[in-house]
Design a protein around this ligand. Structure first.
Ligand SMILES: [Zn+2]
Length: 306
């Protein structure tokens, strides 16, 4: 089964992008005004559509497609998806909006950062400008007493949004709270360059203050103890920053810094073998996330002039 009921009026759709399970999901809040969170990438839009069919959702009833950000794995499929949903508007951060209207630059930069992983996600199709609602804060009434609140949470990307749903009290953090591995019940940093640590920590404080019951990770699935997980993630980012800053000061190589992170972060020690053999995570998690911290540390180092 591609879909799973995970709360009141709330469903997860496994996108199985590129045949990978537990990699990317979309969420559906089924209310008088139905809302999707994340289109996922272009290549798995057919799976998303089949999930909507499984849930008996009429395409004309979908009012909004809320994107946490426009990276290919979250919002890349929006243009393709909208062709199926005649009344849906896309909610996105204003900084992401130009990339939806003209995805060419985003596609080129994804190809250079992700290499062949970008081909697994597929090339984004443009979203018509009149079907986009740029948002940073505020809330949307979905009727039946349901509301979706928008929270600006930059850090992973300068244009990352989170959404809070009122029916179960949970939050959709996009990539602001890391990547959740349901098989291990562990979270690891999702921090590719350019990564903004200070903004990310402030975003986590903002999310913590809203006391979300659950976190609905786009990678991957629902996790309980929302507040504790956010606090743990904050501490994990601070540990990585410390290791990266020391490494840069001592002129350590990427591999030395990465291996120190794996050795000193108990979460990473548990996940390392799994990540190393995973076709996508070996590149994104162990490569780009570490590089995001190294670039950040180099900037700090240059700024301090030491
Ligand atoms: Zn992502």
């Amino acid at each position: 089964m591609r879909t799973k009921e995970i709360g009141k009026n709330l469903f997860l759709i496994e996108l199985e992008t590129g045949g990978f399970k537990n990699l990317i999901c979309s969420y559906v809040i089924k209310a008088a005004k139905t809302i999707l969170v994340e289109s996922g990438p272009t290549s798995s839009v057919p799976n998303l559509i089949s999930g909507l069919n499984d849930l008996n959702i009429r395409f004309e009833d979908v009012e909004y497609v809320a994107l946490t950000h426009v990276h290919l794995d979250h919002g890349g499929g929006a243009g393709t998806l909208l062709k199926f949903l005649p009344n849906a508007k896309v909610l996105v951060h204003p900084r992401g909006m130009p990339h939806l209207i003209n995805p060419e630059r985003l596609w080129l930069s994804a190809q250079s950062v992700l290499g062949d992983v970008s081909e697994i996600f597929g090339k984004p199709e443009p979203v018509p400008k009149e079907r986009i609602i740029p948002v940073t804060e505020g809330s949307f009434d979905l009727d039946d007493g349901a509301r979706l609140t928008v929270i600006e949470t930059p850090g992973h990307a300068s244009h990352n949004l989170s959404f809070l749903e009122s029916l179960n009290g949970g939050a959709f953090p996009g990539d602001a709270a890391g990547t959740y591995f349901p098989e291990f019940d562990l979270v690891m940093p999702t921090t590719p360059p350019p990564f903004y640590l200070d903004a990310e920590l402030a975003s986590l404080d903002k999310l913590i203050s809203l006391k979300p019951t659950f976190l609905y990770y786009s990678h991957f699935g629902k996790a309980s103890n929302g507040v504790q997980r956010l606090k743990d993630y904050k501490a994990q980012l601070q540990l990585w920053a410390k290791i990266a800053e020391e490494g840069v000061r001592k002129n350590q190589s990427f591999e030395e810094i990465r291996d120190r992170i794996i050795a000193e972060d108990t979460v990473m020690s548990q996940l390392a073998d799994y990540l190393k053999t995973h076709r996508i995570y070996s590149k994104t998690a162990l490569g780009n996330s570490v590089q995001g911290f190294i670039d950040y540390a180099k900037q700090i180092h240059a700024y301090k002039g030491s």
